[in-house]
Each structure stands twice: as C-alpha cells, then as structure tokens.
Design a protein around this ligand. Sequence first.
Ligand SMILES: CC(C)(COP(=O)(O)OP(=O)(O)OC[C@H]1O[C@@H](n2cnc3c(N)ncnc32)[C@H](O)[C@@H]1OP(=O)(O)O)[C@@H](O)C(=O)NCCC(=O)NCCS
Length: 174
Amino acid sequence: MKGPIRYRSTSLEDVSQIEEMEKTYFLEEAFGRRQIRYLLQSPNAIALTAEEGDRSDWAHPPQAGGPAASNGKVLGYIIGLGRRGSSAVRIYTFCVRKDYRLKGIGTSLLQRFERGCQRRGVSNLILEVGEDNSSALEFYKRNGFVEFSSVPGYYSDGTTAVRMRKVITVISRQ
Ligand SMILES: CC(C)(COP(=O)(O)OP(=O)(O)OC[C@H]1O[C@@H](n2cnc3c(N)ncnc32)[C@H](O)[C@@H]1OP(=O)(O)O)[C@@H](O)C(=O)NCCC(=O)NCCS
C-alpha cells in the first residue's frame, strides 16, 4: 500500500471512482452515477470513504478561494441512508477494492460509520447481502450483525438476500 489511509466523509468528487468500483464489483446490481449522487445528496445520508494517502505529500496545499484539491485513490466506501421517521439506517452499498481487502479497511470504515450513526441517534443498522456472498456474510457476522430474515429472488439473477441487522448504542446529543 502506498502510505497511510485517510478516512473522511464521502464527497461528490468521489462519484466517478465509486461508479467504477460499483461496476467492477457489483455487476448487475451496481448503482449508477445518478443513484450514487442521489444517495450522497440526501440529507439523511451517512457516507465514508477510505482514501490512499494523508495529503502530507502536498507541496502546495489548496488556497482558500482557489481550485478544489482533487481526491486521491478511493480504496473503499460505505453509504447508508437514514429512514425517515425511524432510528434505523440502511447500508446501501459497501465496498473495498479487491487488492486492498482483508487488511482491516472494511472494519475501519464500518466502525467509523457506526460512530457517525450513534451521534445521529441511530439505534439500528440494516442491510441485505447475497446468501452466496460468504466473505461479506462472514465480515458482517464478525462485526456483530445477525440475520433476521431472507428475501428469495431479491437480486436480478434470482439470488436470495439475507437481511441482517445490528443494534447499536445511541450516544445522547446534548
Ligand atoms: C465486505 C468487505 C467490504 C470487507 O472489507 P475488508 O476490508 O476486506 O474487511 P476486513 O479486512 O476489515 O475484514 C475483517 C474480517 O471480516 C472477515 N472477512 C472478510 N473477508 C473475508 C473473506 N473473504 N473470507 C472470510 N472472512 C472474511 C474476516 O473475519 C476478517 O477478519 P480477519 O482478517 O481477522 O480474518 C469486502 O470484502 C468487499 O468489498 N467485498 C465485496 C463487496 C461486497 O460484497 N460488499 C458487501 C455488500 S452487502
């Protein structure tokens, strides 16, 4: 890996890289550009990006009023949306580049995401995952998610989705 990893809120500048990763890793189920933008622009969105580098190599940091700095290589992202009138957040998409998996990036993204949810008073995380996606199922179980139902034919190729949830402790906002 080229240097440290920086975790930050996902920005609209990440959309192209996220779109490319969606196409590569989710194929038929990939979110397209418009859907990614829609999710990120929602006031109920919670989205984090893992990016290569910590910007310490900037020779000339961007000046106020100057052009925005372009983002580095996106290694992973997680995008969730709060449900209106509920204390649940649904994880819509979550991915780490293949060459960077099993190095703890997914766990770091999820832990930071959970803290962001807790601060917003969210008490439940929910998601769907393909019953044949053993690595993600393993990952979620290891991170405290439990299965609560399944949806046959949820995915376009007919695969069943396993629905999982995790109850998290709310951090009171005073
Ligand atoms: C799920 C995903 C985001 C996890 O990211 P990651 O950076 O590889 O996760 P971590 O390195 O933090 O993994 C932590 C733990 O998850 C489990 N895990 C992750 N991938 C696994 C695999 N392929 N096989 C078995 N266990 C796995 C392990 O217990 C691992 O702990 P360990 O390294 O101590 O064994 C990543 O595998 C991914 O992008 N998958 C493809 C996209 C996807 O399926 N997303 C979920 C859609 S719902």
